[in-house]
Design a binder for this molecule. Structure first.
Ligand code: ATP
Length: 230
């Protein structure tokens, strides 16, 4: 049985206008992710990875085509509607953690839930659970500056999934870590994706990590195409 796509990009176009020039970054990009699927996006710098992730995550609007999230066409929704869908259904992880420095690990993970309006107690319980799941339960009361790079990224990942999104989009989530730490953080991320039935698109330059995902894609002439096989 074919699993249903959680997110679909259909003939997506993205252009930037720079003075007299029009740069075409995505040019009829088609792509979809199923529940529980982890896909690596491996493409050279400047090829449009961030543009693809931001468009898929409803941070940027496609100039043509559409982004379908859980069956809902989102490309032409208002900014407010897209913000609301993004808050509930999309999690982002970046190369640098962007954790709030004055808050503890636990509080950082609680934040998106509090913004969504969940009661403090519930948010704290979920945050503690996620910290345990990421195997850093003992670091709950540490501030970001009191955590290692790998621990900071684990907190950032936990924060990204705190509101149980449908899709996780990650831009070089282990790019700032040494290879051994990167591998451990990736293991934790993978376990979380499989356990929660999320769908994840992970941009990475790390071929070893890419090889451990379900599929690998790249960008060529503004389209998403499979990268090798196996
Ligand atoms: N707001 C913008 N205005 C004009 N050009 C832009 C804008 N944003 C991105 N670009 C250009 O679009 C191209 C793709 O950018 P993007 O950030 O998506 O690439 P990337 O593959 O993520 O690169 P990297 O791996 O270096 O982050 C680049 O050539 C970039 O210069």
């Amino acid at each position: 049985m074919m699993a249903e796509a959680i997110i679909e990009l259909k003939s997506v176009e993205r252009h930037y206008v720079q003075g007299p020039r029009k740069l075409t970054i995505l040019n009829g990009a088609d792509f979809s992710l199923k529940r529980g699927e982890m896909v690596a996006l491996v493409a050279p710098s400047g090829s449009g990875k961030s543009t693809l992730l931001h468009t898929a995550g409803l941070l940027e609007r496609p100039d043509a085509g559409d982004v379908i999230l859980a069956g809902r066409a989102c490309g032409r929704l208002s900014d407010d509607e897209r913000t609301s869908i993004r808050r509930n259904d999309v999690g982002f992880v970046y190369q640098f953690h962007h954790l709030l420095p004055e808050f503890t690990a636990l509080e950082n993970i609680m934040m998106p839930q509090l913004i969504k309006g969940l009661p403090r107690k519930e948010a704290a319980e979920r945050a503690a659970q996620l910290l345990d799941y990421m195997q850093i339960g003992k670091r709950a009361s540490h501030r970001p500056s009191e955590l290692s790079g790998g621990e900071q990224q684990r907190v950032a990942i936990a924060r990204a999934v705190a509101n149980a999104p449908l899709v996780l989009l990650a831009d070089e989530p282990t790019g700032n870590l040494d290879p051994v730490t990167a591998s451990y953080v990736f293991d934790a991320l993978g376990a979380l994706v499989r356990q929660s039935g999320l769908a994840a698109l992970i941009a990475t330059h790390n071929h070893e990590l890419a090889a451990r995902m379900d599929r690998r894609v790249t960008l060529a002439d503004g389209k998403v195409v499979p990268l090798g096989s196996g």
